[in-house]
Design a protein around this ligand. Structure first.
Ligand code: C2E
Ligand code: MG
Ligand code: MG
Ligand code: MG
Length: 279
């Protein structure tokens, strides 16, 4: 009985795999074309200092909407670009656009840019990134790079070299999605970071369970000792914002403070809030 079903399943699976590969290739082609045609966009989400309730920077988030495929999430197309070997050209386009937009913001605001794991395995990454922002004219001290634990683990020696070269140039580095990867606390000791971003998974459960609250409290206290800034990701309402402030979390980001928006809407956001806040 199992034999026949088994064989049937194999057919179904291999068809699914074939379908998936076909779709991946379709996305790859469309994305390569979109990069050339300058159709991949970048949006910006505010990062707020919870102690003063002011915007301190923006995270750049890749956005792409294809005519046939519709909206494709960066969590799909970034890994695909890595696998298929064109993450470099995607990242270059994105950083160029993001840095360009940041030139219009008040100078004290930073730009936070996500680095993919493939970039952290390539020793040429630091000089490449620095040359892009220097061409655009963005001060490296206004740039922050977000890297994940998983990416750091892939090739720790190369990653460490890239991070120290960037930090030597004045770029800050934050550890993204903290608490979700195969974390090793040793990583925080051996690597030089400036910031830790607590993953949304903890923040979204903060009102529902005490465990998340305790975990956040522990991360905050550990980061205080290590002199690392803490950012809570995915703050969606006022109650969460209040709780995180009470737990001593210094910075926050999430729909409550602002959804990712394009460069024009970001300037509007700033003229509405930023000027008013600094008066
Ligand atoms: P991430 O770096 O952890 O970015 C945060 C994600 O959470 C973003 O999803 C953002 O839109 C979403 N988010 C922010 N606040 C809230 C909230 O209050 N509620 C909810 N439900 N979500 C919130 P997005 O833009 O879909 O990006 C997903 C991931 O794709 C990013 O996670 C990052 O790992 C990757 N990514 C995005 N842009 C880039 C890029 O330019 N380069 C690289 N290498 N990766 C990127
Ligand atoms: Mg990020
Ligand atoms: Mg994150
Ligand atoms: Mg994430």
């Amino acid at each position: 009985r199992s034999k026949r079903r088994g064989r049937g399943q194999i057919t179904v699976y291999s068809q699914e795999i074939a379908q998936e590969m076909k779709r991946a290739t379709q996305i790859e082609q469309a994305l390569r074309n979109a990069i050339i045609a300058d159709q991949v966009d970048v949006h910006f989400q505010p990062i707020v200092d919870l102690r003063s309730d002011t915007v301190v920077g923006f995270e750049a988030l890749a956005r792409w909407c294809d005519a046939d495929l519709g909206y494709v999430s960066p969590s799909i197309f970034v890994p695909l670009a890595e696998e298929r070997g064109f993450i470099e050209s995607l990242a270059e386009t994105l950083l160029r656009k993001a840095a360009q937009a940041a030139l219009s913001w008040p100078k004290e605001l930073f730009l936070s840019f996500n680095l993919s794991s493939a970039q952290l395995m390539d020793p040429a990454t630091s000089s490449r990134l620095l040359s892009i922002i220097s061409q655009v004219g963005l001060d490296p001290r206004r740039l922050e790079l977000e890297i994940t634990e998983t990416a750091v683990m892939a090739d720790a020696d190369v990653a460490q070299k890239i991070v120290s070269e960037l930090r030597a140039a004045g770029v800050r580095v934050s550890l993204d999605d903290f608490g979700t990867g195969q974390s090793s606390l040793g990583r925080l000791r051996d690597f030089s970071f400036d910031k830790v971003k607590i993953d949304r998974a903890f923040v979204s459960r903060i009102s529902a369970d005490r465990a998340s609250e305790h975990i956040i409290k522990a991360i905050v206290s550990m980061c205080e000792g290590l002199e690392l800034e803490v950012v809570a990701e995915g703050i969606e309402d006022f109650a969460e914002a209040l709780k995180l402030k009470a737990l001593g979390c210094g910075m926050g980001q999430g729909y409550f403070y602002g959804k990712p928006a394009d460069a024009v809407a970001t300037m509007r956001y700033l003229s509405d809030r930023y000027v008013a806040a600094s008066r």
